[in-house]
Structures are given as structure tokens and as C-alpha cells.
Design a binder for this molecule. Structure first.
Ligand code: SF4
Length: 224
């Protein structure tokens, strides 16, 4: 499996924000979101080959029981099932961070952290392909039915809020407690500005506001 990077940091978003975690970033993502902060991981060959044992040994170097498989898009890899099972068998709490466009039979995870992509992520190039691929309601329903999950939406402007409501409507029964909204930002100033209107909407709608600790602390610095 090609690993783009493996690093130790704090989980920045969602239910486990603030928990020290080891991040294993798998290379490759078929989407090309315009504000993606990990474009360096888009290429499936952007990294180095590591076996499950090598990955587990590397994870074991850090003082935490929380591991995160991220990307890129980790569910674009068939081998992710074997890796996920090995990490959990070694006693780790495993979060998988995904855009929710694939579902793999037999996959294990303690938390499926799903970030469905809205139209604010459409790139200028290949926008039509992106629009078709970025949202798969059937797959989202499957992932939310099969796993303990959280849904994280990136909001860029107040105009995105209707679109979030529309996606949730299509999904059917979603516990608002599991819905997290977070501002699209790559730098702390932008993050704070957008957080102010987003927090007010979260209060009205009963959704949780998710921090993005890594943006607040380190901006878009890689490996943090
Ligand atoms: S799905 Fe995630 S990793 Fe892939 S392009 Fe979009 S933001 Fe980047």
C-alpha cells in the first residue's frame, strides 16, 4: 500500500477533536476539490510502499491508542480492509476519514468520519466529472447504516447551508447530534471570520460546530 505520510498530531475535527492520534495518509484520490489542502496526496503513487507490519510498527512509535486512516481517499484502496483490521486487532481505536463515495464489504472501523463534498468543492477543471462523483447518496446511506459515524460538512458561505439541508434530507434519518459543520479555511483569520456566522447557524439548526484545530494552530502546514 502506498503511504503518502504518517505523522503524529491532534485530531483536529469532529467528535474526537483534541485527541492525540497517529495519522496514516493513503495516497490517491479521484476527486479534485478546489480547496483541498492535501493535493500532494492525489496521485496514487505519491508516497512509499509500506506493508501492514511496517505501518503498525510506525504507529507504535507514538504514545496514543488512536489511529486515523485518511487521504487522499482511503476507501479507494482495496487493501485498506486488511490494514484497518490489523490496526484494530492491535488495540487501536480506528477512525476512517472519507468523502463517502465508496463502501467496502467487510471493512472495520470504530468511527466512520464522512465528509460529503458540496458544490463549493467543485474545481474549475473537470467540474462536471467532479459534480457526478463527489456525492453518492446510496453509498452515504450504506456507510451511515453500517458504522458508528459522523457527518462533517465544509461550509464556505451562508449559501451552502441550504445545500447541506438538502443532502441531509436525501439521506433520510440522520441524528443531528452526528452532524458537524466546519468552515472552509486554510488560515486562522479566514477560519475565525467564517466560524462566526456558522456558529449561529449551528445553534439554530441543532448541529454541532466542529473546530479545525490544525487550521487554527498551523494553517495549511503539511504533516500537522
Ligand atoms: S475528497 Fe478530500 S482528499 Fe480528495 S480532493 Fe477532496 S478534499 Fe482532497
Amino acid at each position: 500500500m502506498i503511504i503518502n505520510e504518517l505523522f503524529y498530531s491532534l485530531q483536529g475535527e469532529g467528535r474526537l477533536a483534541g485527541v492525540p492520534s497517529v495519522f496514516v495518509r493513503l495516497a490517491g484520490c479521484p476527486l479534485r476539490c478546489c480547496w483541498c489542502d492535501t493535493a500532494y496526496a492525489w496521485d496514487p503513487a505519491a508516497g512509499r510502499e509500506m506493508s501492514c507490519k511496517q505501518i503498525l510498527d510506525a504507529i507504535g512509535n507514538y504514545p496514543t491508542r488512536y489511529a486515523v486512516l485518511t487521504g487522499g481517499e482511503p476507501l479507494a484502496h482495496e487493501g485498506v480492509s486488511e490494514l484497518a483490521a490489523a490496526i484494530r486487532s492491535a488495540g487501536y481505536h480506528l477512525t476512517i476519514e472519507t468523502a463517502g463515495i465508496y463502501c467496502i464489504e467487510g471493512l472495520q472501523a470504530d468511527l466512520m468520519s464522512i465528509s460529503p463534498k458540496l458544490s463549493n468543492s467543485d474545481p474549475q477543471k473537470n467540474a462536471e466529472k467532479h459534480q457526478v462523483e463527489r456525492l453518492n447518496v446510496d453509498t452515504l446511506r450504506k456507510l451511515t447504516a453500517e458504522f458508528d459515524y459522523q457527518l462533517k460538512f465544509v461550509a464556505d458561505s451562508p449559501g451552502d447551508l441550504d445545500e447541506i439541508a438538502d443532502v441531509l434530507d436525501k439521506l433520510g434519518e440522520v441524528d443531528p447530534y452526528r452532524v458537524y459543520l466546519m468552515p472552509q479555511a486554510t488560515q486562522p483569520e479566514e477560519y475565525l471570520t467564517k466560524s462566526r456566522w456558522l456558529v449561529e447557524y449551528c445553534k439554530q439548526a441543532g448541529f454541532s460546530f466542529s473546530p479545525r484545530l490544525h487550521i487554527m494552530l498551523w494553517g495549511s502546514q503539511r504533516g500537522k
